[in-house]
Design a protein around this ligand. Structure first.
Ligand SMILES: O=c1ccn([C@@H]2O[C@H](COP(=O)(O)OP(=O)(O)O[C@H]3O[C@H](CO)[C@@H](O)[C@H](O)[C@H]3O)[C@@H](O)[C@H]2O)c(=O)[nH]1
Ligand SMILES: [Mn+2]
Length: 739
């Protein structure tokens, strides 16, 4: 498809704008930098001499503050040139009519029918089928790493339901187009039409059928007999062990592949790549690569949308908006992917678990995008197929080659021939000795396959764009309990730190290929895990020193207190302002600060340890799939914004220990000061106030932790074994330290 129209800026398909207040931020950042330098100077100048008690904790504080300071410098990269992108759908429709639009393939991954219920998966599938886009140009591929006939069955049900759902969506301009989300949002419409009632009934019935099959634990014979595809499950398919399965459920070629209005349906394909216990399957990256190959055989669209199974489309116009970035003649040729932020439809007002981190979504990710290197975040991302498949971007002076987005049409093959051809592409041995997982497709060996893949694509010369529309494009399911949220962050921080230590370290791998600011920006995330060390130090040692009467901060009346106070107060004020401009409540900001403390002292710390162990070669990459459903009482507490600890895992114990330690520090510290006579009291106050404030803040932010330890008796509280462990550990630390 070639653009016949002249290229003037007014007809550009998208606009790029700089974020506001860039200058003010830089000025502010300079003063904070000065403050940080003064803190460093203080640590060096006033260090206790050798032999004096408190020298070692002091040195520890110094190192921690150096690390915090360096990390803060890294963080400036993602605020330095924030840019926002605005597509113009109107311009697109002026320039291209529907026949000229390119094909789009949509990949959806699922991994387990229990953790990711089939009904959830097909809601995402249906929302993707119902995009406002020519249906003959859409193909939806579901990769099922669970290898489950439940999911296959649900997909067949979905393909039948789509025949009613798609016309309904078109007729009533339904939004959002995930039936589950639509019906729950619009359950109290005053004038519900008969069509609405019928459609809801149809949907509920389908849900009931699917759920009852899942509950039964097997697909009954009468259903199996209706579709010969089920024969694949005849000989003992398990999640880890089965042949390749590829089923084209809707091919869009036979007369049956139309909806009740006679419109052709999008293609729909079920795929479960071959799995054998002795063969590493590379988790989601492996699934995605299999999808790339299978889709290239069937539809081979030039653009690919990648979704997690819980991420339904919330805006039917998204594909058209997004194509503005790819079809703008002048500036599109080197764009490899466009990433949307991850957002969720089950978040509460004050975002108890700091999810989504709006400041990251609105500011930081837009900041990295300013360097032309938006991060690939795994879901809600549109790719140019050739860039994802491993092609290098080669600058073309007349800029025309890459506009040729329409791929050559293949001669249509009969469905079973196609399926057989596809099966070969997804068997265990297909990738042997190939570049898949290295130079081609998604990169293997890392639990955050998305980030590392995005980086390799950028290092092949491509640019990427971050697009954060007002109307949220995709909505997923956020974790609703603390342990799930922490396990997810553990996987991320572990994977990211692995990237930093691997040959993909942005400073080395990206050197000369992406901008230095982008290299720094990547490291803001890649260094989450090691950041836990200074954090843990700061959250424990000052409390221990308070017990022992060792002062680690300047007297409050001394001038040296100023940089500490300045850096602490202004940084937090700025962060509050940022949160509020991103439409967060104050309480949400406070909750996020708690989650930052929790993540850094538990998830990040354990991922740091695990990564080191892995580097030594003692263990292998894992991918713990995030739970997408919770028990009823868990959901209830989530809606009331009550922290759900729920299990006595090591991360919760760590959190509780840090909380107890600071409580001891605070109480005994106050007691120590309070028993002195008045003059000494003031002296002590002067000397220990900053340290006490620090301890006090940690105690304050941990109020829900104490509540879960001592007061609550529901299932989400911290079990008594955690209370026992944390108190013992905290006391032990005190004793060891004081001795
Ligand atoms: O062996 C696997 C494991 C996972 N998945 C799928 O990968 C997706 C993401 O898994 P999830 O457990 O939901 O992880 P999240 O923490 O929510 O995922 C974020 O982080 C991942 C990297 O850690 C990215 O892959 C995801 O796209 C991104 O949403 C889901 O659709 C899974 O079905 C597979 O297909 N095969
Ligand atoms: Mn997820």
């Amino acid at each position: 498809m070639r653009n016949q129209h002249g290229e003037t800026t007014s007809s550009a398909l998208f606009q790029i704008k700089q974020g506001p207040y860039g200058g003010a931020y830089r000025a502010f950042a300079a003063t904070v930098m000065a403050g940080i330098s003064l803190i460093w100077a203080y640590r060096a100048a006033v260090m206790p001499p050798a032999g004096q008690s408190g020298r070692w904790p002091w040195i520890g504080m110094f190192i921690s503050e150096i690390l915090f300071g360096l990390y803060w410098i890294l963080c400036q990269s993602v605020r330095w040139r924030i840019t926002y992108n605005f597509p113009s759908k109107q311009q697109l429709s002026i320039r291209y009519n529907d026949d000229q639009l390119p094909n789009v393939d949509i990949f959806i991954c699922t991994a387990d029918p229990i953790i990711e219920p089939p009904v959830l998966v097909i809601n995402t599938v249906l929302s993707a089928m119902a995009f406002d886009y020519p249906t003959d140009k859409l193909a939806i591929y579901l990769s099922d790493d669970g290898g489950s006939d439940f999911t296959f069955y649900a997909l067949i049900e979905a393909s039948n339901f789509a025949k009613h759902w798609l016309p309904f969506c078109r007729k009533f301009m339904v939004e959002p187009r995930s039936p589950e989300a639509y019906f729950s949002l619009h359950s109290v419409l005053p004038h519900r039409s008969q069509e609405y009632i019928d459609m809801k009934k149809l949907f509920d019935k389908m849900k009931e059928r699917i759920n009852s099959v899942v509950e039964m634990g097997k697909v009954p014979k009468e259903i199996r007999d209706q579709n010969k595809g089920f024969s694949e499950w005849d000989n003992g398919v398990t999640k880890q062990n089965h042949q390749s399965i590829v089923k084209i459920i809707i091919n869009g070629q036979i007369h049956d592949d139309v909806d009740i209005d006679g419109c052709v349906l999008p293609k729909l394909v079920y795929m479960a790549r071959e799995k054998r216990p002795q063969h590493p399957h590379h988790f989601k990256a492996g699934a995605m690569n299999a999808l790339i190959r299978v889709s290239s055989e069937i539809s081979n669209a030039p653009f690919i949308l990648n979704l997690d199974c819980d991420m339904y489309s919330n805006n039917p116009d998204t594909i058209k908006e997004l194509l503005c970035f790819f079809l703008d003649g002048k500036r599109s040729h080197d764009i490899a992917f466009v990433q949307f932020p991850q957002d969720f439809d089950n978040i509460t007002k004050n975002m108890l678990y700091g999810i989504p981190d709006r400041v990251v979504n609105e500011i930081e990710l837009a900041g990295i995008s300013g360097f032309g290197t938006a991060l690939y975040c795994g879901t809600g991302c549109f790719h140019r197929r050739e860039a994802l498949s491993g092609k290098k971007y080669i600058e073309d002076l007349n800029g025309s080659v890459h506009l040729d987005v329409q791929t050559k049409k293949k001669v249509p093959k009969p469905v079973n021939e196609l399926e057989e051809a596809c099966k070969l592409l997804v068997d265990c041995n297909f990738e042997n000795g190939s570049q898949w997982g290295k130079e081609m497709g998604l990169v293997y060996g890392c639990p955050v396959e998305d980030i590392v893949t995005g980086l390799t694509v950028q290092c092949r010369g491509w640019r990427s764009i971050y697009y954060n529309p007002k109307k949220r494009a995709f909505l997923g399911v956020a974790p609703i309990s603390l342990d799930v949220a922490l396990v997810q962050y553990k996987r991320w921080s572990e994977g990211m730190f692995q990237i930093f230590l691997s040959k993909y370290c942005p400073f080395i791998y990206g050197h000369g290929k992406i901008k230095f600011g982008a290299q720094m920006g990547y490291c803001v995330y890649l260094l989450w895990a090691p950041l836990s060390i200074p954090m843990l130090y700061y959250a424990t040692v000052p409390a221990l020193c308070l017990l022992q009467g060792i002062s680690l901060f300047p007297e409050v009346t001394s001038l040296w207190a100023i940089p500490f106070a300045y850096v602490f107060v202004t940084k937090n004020c700025w962060s509050i302002v940022e949160a509020i401009t991103c439409a967060c409540t104050l309480k949400a900001w406070w909750n996020l600060q708690r989650m930052l403390l929790f993540r850094r002292t538990s998830a990040f710390f354990f991922s740091f340890i695990d990564t080191i162990i892995k580097q030594l070669g003692f263990s292998q990459t894992k991918f713990a799939v995030t739970a997408k459903v919770g028990a009823e009482d868990v959901s209830k507490r989530y809606e009331q914004e009550i922290l759900e600890f729920g299990s006595s895992n090591i991360m919760c114990t760590m959190i509780a220990t840090v909380a107890m330690l600071n409580l001891f520090g605070l109480l005994l510290g106050i007691k120590n000061v309070a028993t002195l006579d008045l003059e000494l009291f003031y002296k002590g106050l002067n000397k220990f106030i900053l340290q006490t404030v620090l301890c006090g803040l940690i105690v304050l932010i941990n109020l829900p932790t104490y509540e879960a330890l001592f007061i609550r008796r529901d299932k989400g509280c911290l079990p008594s074994s955690s209370l026992f462990k944390s108190v013992t550990l905290a006391l032990l630390a005190c004793v060891v330290y004081v001795l």
